[in-house]
Design a protein around this ligand. Structure first.
Ligand code: DSN
Length: 434
């Protein structure tokens, strides 16, 4: 095979790339926020639109030569609107965090109060964590889940909302295995006249295919990433739908004038927090949204959920404690306390056996985020490889074998060989191997 340009010019980095292809192919990727994009998405993400400066929006750029990137961004927006049933989308945020930052900047002023899910209870850094801009620039109050059910404690949300009068409430999170309860949040937001923002970064692929309730009828603004269950390139997006009763005009935080929210959101993203958009990634988002509009994608997301449920049942039958007792989505959160094991030890031992998970705090965790009592598992990536329920049962058995004997090197070698065999039956990126 002829050498690739990278192989010729920079063999050191070429080898790093090839090693990553091999790692993804020969290990079980169970990180709930990861997925494997298609070749067409890769082609666009690695294409020449990376060269183009296009500050501004289609038809209103600060640079010439934007004819084709305009077409790509318009397609990305149109497809996003169709996919989620919304009237407005901004596909420029470089990440979910930047989508969240732009949304907060649009709806509220620095110093205003926000109410979001505690990071240690499944929330996200940008939902008000003290180590993040959201907890620094805003007065942040956090709600939690109930100890017994692992589900959002709506009595607490209501009482915190009435006590602190947040200007904006955030629903959604990074380690919440159940459907986000948009309707319940809406009731509370209305009670205290707060804006309601949904962060659907995790379940957006399930939302797009109707397997998770839609936030559109309830939320003033919706943010997401594009690379998790949605299976696009790494990035973020902001949306608004008319169904929510959102007036599409608000008194702008700074000027005090009545403004169209979509215009405020656009200018919060650029020039507010970003400069030049990543046009290769925006075009790759358009490709991924096109894929997600195909009937096959619903077959895929249904399998993601079926696989997560099959895994959850198998874990339960092996005496594992699952937060909330199971899952509605692609996420499973396991408390390993009854296995006398920390999340950190489990993550390291599983990684040695070729199984990639992340340590994760569980609600009311007494351990630090660097140790944790739990692990988070997700099925989007292994489902993309074509795995189904029978494979989930095998994978849980392999995980259990490691959790039982995390220090037994022979056991790790045996499990690693089985992981490799399983991966060989579901090849990934065969065309990209050295
Ligand atoms: N880091 C992402 C996750 O793993 O869920 C959230 O930003």
């Amino acid at each position: 095979m002829p050498k690739t340009p990278l192989q010729t010019s920079d063999p050191e980095l070429y080898n790093i790339l090839v090693n990553e292809v091999s790692r993804e192919d020969t290990t079980l990727e169970l990180i709930a926020s990861e997925n494997f994009v298609s070749y067409p998405v890769l082609e666009m993400a690695g294409g020449v639109m990376t060269n183009k400066y296009a500050e501004g929006y289609p038809g209103k750029r600060y640079y010439g030569g934007c004819e084709f990137v305009d077409e790509a961004e318009n397609l990305a927006r149109d497809r996003a609107n169709q996919l989620f049933g919304v009237e407005y989308s901004n596909v420029q945020p470089h990440s979910g965090s930047q989508a969240n930052m732009a949304a907060l900047m649009t709806f509220i002023d620095v110093g205003d109060t926000i109410l979001g899910l505690d990071l240690a209870h499944g929330g996200h850094l940008t939902h008000g964590s003290k180590v993040n801009f959201s907890g620094n620039l805003y007065h942040s109050v956090s709600y939690q889940v109930e100890k017994e059910t692992g589900r959002v404690d709506f009595d607490q949300v209501l009482s915190l909302a009435r006590e602190h009068r947040p200007k904006l409430i955030i629903c959604g999170g990074s380690a919440y295995p159940r459907f986000i309860e948009f309707e319940d949040f809406k009731e509370i937001a209305e009670d205290v006249s707060a804006f309601l923002m949904a962060d659907i970064a995790h379940p957006s692929g399930l939302v797009a295919t109707g397997l998770h309730p839609s936030p559109v009828p309830y939320c003033d603004v919706i943010t997401t990433t594009t690379h998790k269950t949605l299976r696009g390139p790494r990035g973020g997006m902001i949306m608004m739908g008319k169904d929510s009763g959102n007036p599409w005009e608000i008194v702008a935080p700074k000027s005090g004038r009545l403004k169209n929210i979509s215009e405020l959101l656009d200018s919060a993203v650029m020039p507010g927090i970003q400069g030049g958009p990543l046009m290769h990634i925006i075009a790759a988002k358009a490709v991924a949204f096109g894929e997600a509009l195909q009937p096959d994608f619903t077959v895929y997301t249904q399998q993601v959920v079926d696989n997560a449920k099959a895994m959850a049942n198998e874990f339960l039958s092996r005496d594992y404690e699952l937060i909330s007792g199971g899952t509605d989505t692609h996420v499973i959160l396991i408390d390993l306390s009854n296995k006398a094991m920390t999340g950190k030890v489990a993550e390291n031992a599983l990684e040695k056996a070729g199984i990639t998970v992340n340590k994760n705090m569980v609600p009311f965790d007494e351990r630090s985020p660097f140790i944790t009592s739990g692990i988070r598992i997700g099925t989007p990536a292994i489902t993309t490889r074509g795995m189904s329920q029978d494979d989930m049962v095998k994978i849980v058995a392999l995980i259990d074998a490691i959790i039982e004997k995390p220090d037994d090197e022979d056991n790790i070698v045996r499990v690693k060989a089985e992981v490799k065999d399983l991966c060989t039956s579901f090849p990934l990126y065969s065309d990209l191997r050295a």
